[in-house]
Design a protein around this ligand. Structure first.
Ligand code: NAD
Length: 228
């Protein structure tokens, strides 16, 4: 097999204690997404947006990678041509040992200056009054791709999707575009497609579906690919 593109979503980090969009009573359900995850929401109330991401940053930093993160890192280390793309903003793939991760929706551990574009490691708690270390403007925001903004690294991802022979979606609901369209894109270029999910998407979108929790299903699949 020449190339594998793996797309992960919130489900891969769920068993590390990080809530998905759908978790009842979770952080996401207590905030209005249009207020905390859009540029317009940030312009209206930057303090609320920082409060939301500060809470998510604290939870992510206190979480530990799980067996799914570690298995994907093992696969990437053992096999050439494994592209790992994540919609997650946590750093659990990296802390699980992954060599290279494409964060298409940004990273909770990074800060971005809206005035000059400078990026740096975010402190545990960010605030509206924080000055950018490069230009000094109090225009700092989490380095997160919000709804209505262009995801990062799209050209690179499109190239990998066109060249892979296997596309695997793990723990993602397939509802947030453009990531939700990657399966059709890879399939159109001739790749086999596999979904690993606790609650799979509507039938027919993938060639193969493995139903299960990420911490058991992903290590089992990686063992299958690596031959034990
Ligand atoms: P989603 O919340 O829409 O869907 C979660 C998916 O994970 C569902 O399909 C569910 O069946 C599956 N799932 C839940 N528990 C699982 C488990 N233990 N094992 C395997 N699968 C499991 O998440 P999504 O599709 O990633 O939505 C995309 C958006 O959610 C992205 O923009 C992403 O940034 C954001 N998000 C990220 C995080 C994170 O960084 N950890 C957490 C929540 C949401």
């Amino acid at each position: 097999m020449a190339g594998i593109v793996i797309l992960t979503g919130a489900g891969v980090s769920a068993e590390s204690g990080l809530g998905t969009f759908r978790d009842k009573g979770g952080l996401w359900t207590r905030y209005d997404l249009s207020e905390v995850a859009t540029p317009e929401g940030f312009a209206r109330n930057p303090g609320l947006v920082h409060e939301f991401y500060n809470a998510r940053r604290a939870t992510a930093l206190d979480a530990a990678p799980n067996a799914a993160h570690r298995a994907l890192a093992r696969l990437q280390g053992a096999k050439a041509g494994v592209t790992l793309v994540t919609q997650n903003i946590d750093d659990l793939h990296e802390r699980g040992g992954a060599r290279e991760v494409i964060h298409m929706h940004g990273q909770i551990t990074r800060a971005l200056c809206a005035a000059c574009g400078h990026r740096w490691n975010a402190p545990r708690a960010m605030a509206s009054a924080d000055a950018c270390p490069a230009c000094g403007q109090p225009a700092t925001r989490p380095d997160i791709v919000w709804f209505g903004e262009m995801p990062y690294h799209m050209e690179r991802i499109a190239g990998a999707l066109a060249a892979c022979d296997l596309f695997v979606a793990i723990g993602t609901s397939g509802e947030v575009y453009p990531a939700a369209g990657f399966v059709e894109e890879a399939s159109a270029f001739g790749a086999e497609t596999l979904e690993i999910n606790l609650e799979p998407m509507a039938p027919g979108r993938f060639d193969r579906v493995i139903t299960g929790a990420a911490t058991s299903a992903v290590p089992a699949w990686v063992a299958e690919v690596l031959g034990g």
